[in-house]
Design a protein around this ligand. Structure first.
Ligand SMILES: NC(=O)c1ccc[n+]([C@@H]2O[C@H](COP(=O)([O-])OP(=O)(O)OC[C@H]3O[C@@H](n4cnc5c(N)ncnc54)[C@H](O)[C@@H]3O)[C@@H](O)[C@H]2O)c1
Ligand SMILES: C[N+](C)(C)CC=O
Length: 485
């Protein structure tokens, strides 16, 4: 680790029942810095035994101090955690940059987003309540909003802080006790978050964190009969496995999966306003973003202009080590680099409109690829259909609104869509017709905005996280019908 980001916790331990402890198997896994391939540290290789202990600790917390705490007091702790995240912002950003390969500016924004989630859900903890319901004579009927109980949170490596904030933050606000399984590729900020929770006075067992391999600790959590709800963020393939495992115990699952999100640019669009969003939403976090706008659909009348402007922007993109804070860092791993290079090879028959450049500091030991913009891509080409999870965007021309909608809705995903047009009626029509969980009109937020409900349709998943509405998903309703004559 660097002096700038010293670890003030031991990453080779799991947080269970408020205590950092060695995993039952006594084994560790290496974390690697994707910017140069150097070893970062060892993390705990938790397994089913640690998950069992974590679930038991969470259950005990619900029956003890955490379960008895008022919503207002829960909110206060979350708000305190948010403040502590802000105080540690620079350290957290450095850890995320080294662990994920994310440029420092983006990592800083993620730390601030984590703080915002904690503030937002801290403030919301005591705002959601039940109703009274008019019923038959002699009755008083009301509903209680209650936590699910023990919630499992399985998160990926690409935005650890943001995803932990939105799912664990909302779950704790509603009074659940959480078991978090971060990704084995990058989990330092998940562990730092756990330490912050301890320091902020979160009662023992309310948050338990077990790092480890997906097929071991993750599968044990997904299939655990003592868990009452699972929030999973990751790939479609793993999401299906998690849903199946949880389904065997009739446990509800929220799935936040992948995407192939489009931005639609019409002839009447404000192109100057659109350009930064078209490019940035494709290359943010080196394209390893579920809501990346990897398809840019452009109407014929402005197609050449958009292509030229994007190509110029691409030629200025520089890739380098995360701590040098260029526009793009490396991919998470050499394995991910091979996957992206495989897609670039599949695009050998296509026209490359432009590519970014590697900085001199981007060594062979890092997982670097040049951001690549393909032009004139057919809507059914694999590069226009499959999630690549790298800095690759395709330009697809269209004639009219009907064709734009058909192409936009032609993938198996439906996470986010952007529409660039000055025509208000078209904005309203398309906002309804596009299959996506979020639609942005004349802007594009690649998942930004803690206040905005987020989630997918189709293979992008189901359920909604973020925003106030997420609190409904992390709680359940009990109806109380009192007969008093
Ligand atoms: N919709 C969203 O909000 C969102 C956000 C970020 C990433 N994603 C998606 O995540 C994917 C990339 O992330 P990834 O490669 O880390 O995904 P992944 O599915 O490989 O891993 C995600 C998590 O699942 C765990 N896991 C792996 N196998 C498991 C199993 N059998 N049982 C239980 N858990 C298991 C992993 O350890 C990790 O913690 C992309 O498809 C991306 O679009 C979606
Ligand atoms: C929504 N977001 C950006 C936090 C994560 C997507 O990968």
């Amino acid at each position: 680790m660097t002096d700038a980001a010293p670890l003030w916790f031991d990453p080779a331990l799991c947080l269970i029942d408020g205590r950092w402890q060695a995993p039952a198997g006594g084994e560790t896994l290496p974390l690697t810095n994707p910017s140069d391939g150097s070893p970062l540290c060892q993390i705990a290789r938790g397994d089913a035994r640690d998950i069992n202990a974590a679930v038991a600790a969470a259950r005990a917390a619900l029956e003890g101090g955490w379960g008895e705490m008022t919503a207002t007091d829960r909110g206060r702790i979350l708000s305190r955690m948010g403040q502590m995240v802000l105080e540690r912002c620079e350290t957290l950003a450095q850890l995320e940059a080294m662990d994920v390969g994310k440029p420092l500016t983006q990592a800083r924004a993620d730390a601030v987003a984590l703080a915002r989630y904690l503030e937002f859900y801290g403030g919301a903890a005591d705002k959601l309540h039940g109703d009274t319901i008019p019923y038959q004579a002699g009755y008083t009927v009301y509903t209680l909003r209650e936590p699910h109980g023990v919630t499992g949170h399985i998160v990926p490596w690409n935005y650890p802080m943001q995803i932990i904030g939105r799912s664990v933050g909302a779950a704790l606000a509603m009074g659940n006790a959480c078991v978090l399984k971060p990704a084995e590729e990058a989990c330092l900020t998940a562990l730092a978050f756990a330490q912050i929770a301890v320091e902020a006075g979160l009662p023992a067992g309310a948050l338990n964190v077990v790092s480890g391999i997906g097929a071991e600790a993750g599968a044990a959590l997904a299939g655990h009969p003592g868990v009452d709800h699972i929030s999973f963020t990751g790939s479609v393939r793993t999401g299906a496995l998690v849903q199946q495992a949880a389904g065997a115990n009739v446990v509800p699952v929220t799935l936040e999966l992948g995407g192939k999100s489009p931005q639609l640019v019409f002839d009447d669009a404000d192109l100057d306003a659109a350009l930064p969003f078209l490019v940035n939403a494709g290359i943010q976090n080196a394209g390893q973003t579920c809501s990346a706008a990897s398809r840019i659909l452009v109407q014929r009348g402005v197609y050449d202009q958009v292509r030229a402007a994007m190509a110029e922007a691409y030629s200025k993109l520089t890739v380098g080590p995360a701590l040098s804070d260029l526009r793009l860092g490396p991919l998470i791993s050499t394995r991910q680099k091979e996957i992206v290079e495989g897609y670039l090879a599949k695009g050998a028959d296509l026209t490359i409109a432009a590519q970014g450049v590697l900085s001199d500091a981007a060594s062979d030991r890092g997982a670097y690829v040049r951001p690549t913009l393909f032009a004139d891509v057919a809507a059914d080409h694999p590069l226009a259909q499959e999630e690549i999870f790298g800095p690759v965007q395709v330009l697809i021309p269209f004639e009219d609104e009907a064709e734009a909608v058909r192409i936009a809705n032609s993938t198996e995903y439906g996470l986010v869509a952007g529409i660039w047009t000055r025509d208000g009626a078209r904005q309203m029509r398309l906002a309804k017709r596009l299959r996506a969980g979020q639609v942005f009109l004349n802007n594009y937020g690649a998942g930004g905005g803690v206040e905005l409900p987020f989630g997918g349709v189709g293979k992008s998943g189901h359920g909604r996280e973020k925003g106030f509405k997420a609190l409904y998903g992390f709680s359940q309703l009990k109806t109380v019908a009192a007969y008093h004559g």
